[in-house]
Structure formats: C-alpha cells, structure tokens
Write a new protein. Structure first.
Length: 249
C-alpha cells in the first residue's frame, strides 16, 4: 500500500529530529530522498546513514527563509520528485509580553513563510511538468489549541493549517494534494528531560492515552498523506496526538 518505489521526496529540516525520521521512513518504503536543511555537516551525516541502510539519498543546504535558494534547490530536483515534506521549523519560545520582534519574525519566517515559499516553488515545478504530487505540511496540535510561552509558534502553526486548506483548494485542479500532519507531544532527545519533571508528568496526564507519542506513531499518517493510498485526501489536517485535542478543558 505504501510502495514509493520510483518516487522522489524532498524533506526540509531533515538534518535531525522528525525530519530525519521522515526521510528514513520514506527511504525504507522505496523513495529516493532529498534531505534539505541548514546544518550541512549534520545533513551529510543523515544522508550517509540512509545510504548505509540501503536507501537512496542526497543532501542539499537550504534555509527556507531564503526564497532564491529555495527556487535554486527545487529547480535542480530530479524530475521524478513529487513528494514534499514541509518539516523545517523552530519553536520561537518566550512569553508574549517579552518576546523580541526578531524572535517573532524568525518563527513566522521559518514555520509559515518558509513552508509557503517551498510549497509554492515545488507546486509550480509540478504544474509546469504536468505532474501530480503530494505536499505534507508538518503543523502541530498547537495550530488548533494554545499553550503559554509559545505565541509565535502556535500562531505560525495555526497559519500553516489554514494555508494547507487554501493551497489544497487552489492546487487540486493540478492534481497536487496538500495536507497537514499535526503531531501532539512527541518524545525527542530535546524534550525528554522536561517530561521527566513534575510539570512534564502533569502534562502527560492530560493526554487521554496517558503517554507521549513516539516518532514511529507518526509513520502511518505520513505515509498515508504522502502516498497514493491517500490519493483522494487533500485539505485535511490529521492530528496524531493520543487524543490530546479532544481532552477536557
């Protein structure tokens, strides 16, 4: 069902974390993957790791706030590239009252504007080639609900959810599907320490499934949205959060 043989997928923010996990997942299912991120050394290590596992991968340096570089990278993609995972993002953490303007701009430029620019360039290339494709924007449940200290992040992800719907509407005529994957709290090396604290444990108790998500919990949803198994799905926002969005207020 999720055979991606002969397909090429570009994954932004792929030097580590969920981006690298998604790239490895797609490669295991047969796709050639293009890993794009700012941290070149980490990116090349990620590429080599996929190759050691038998996958096909290449690495390209990309800052998604640089529109000229985005166009350059997308133009150079293999003609078979028809999957985009818009994963590049940053937290933009800080209390709204004290959040520096530069930090707000950095979060919005990466999480929302960067996703738009990359999707725009990728979709334009698909349209010119008369090729169908799938774009998966990695949003968040914080695009639907809020949490303190994350005003820029939550706003950018809410914008990304709405952007997904707009692009799905406009690009359906070109057979370009656009969907959003909205992870809940996923355990990573960066947040593991917090979730061992009392505050972190209290947060986990508010998740109906009473546990953190693991990166692997996102696999089925990502593959569904990226592959032909989801060929009639567009404009959807799929939450993978252990029921967090439906928890009691």
């Amino acid at each position: 069902m999720f055979d991606l043989s002969g397909r090429t997928a570009m994954v932004t923010g792929a030097s580590g974390g969920l981006g690298l996990h998604f790239a490895k997942l797609l490669a295991r299912h047969g796709a050639a993957v293009v890993l794009a991120a700012r941290r070149v050394e980490a990116l090349e290590e990620a590429r080599d790791a996929i190759r050691r596992e038998g996958g096909t991968a290449q690495a390209v340096a990309l800052d998604v706030s640089d529109s000229a570089r985005i166009r350059e990278v997308v133009t150079a993609l293999d003609p078979k590239a028809d999957i985009l995972i818009n994963n590049a993002g940053l937290s933009g953490a800080g209390a709204a009252m004290d959040l520096p303007e530069a930090e707000w701009d950095r979060a919005l430029d990466t999480n929302l504007k960067g996703a738009f620019l990359t999707a725009q360039a990728f979709a334009g290339r698909l349209r010119e080639a008369s090729t169908s494709g799938s774009i998966v924007n990695i949003a968040s449940i914080l695009g639907h609900r809020v949490a303190g200290g994350l005003s820029a992040y939550a706003t950018s992800k809410a914008g990304l959810v709405q952007l997904t719907k707009v692009l799905a509407l406009e690009w359906a005529r070109y057979d370009i599907r656009v969907n959003a994957l909205c992870p809940g709290y996923i355990e990573t090396d960066l947040n593991r320490g917090f979730f061992e604290t009392d505050a972190g444990k209290a947060l986990v108790k508010r998740i109906p499934q009473r546990r953190l998500g693991q990166a692997e919990d996102l696999d089925g949803a990502l593959l569904l949205l990226a592959s032909d198994a989801g060929r009639y799905i567009t404009g959807a926002t799929l939450a993978v959060d252990g029921g967090h969005l439906v928890s009691s207020l």
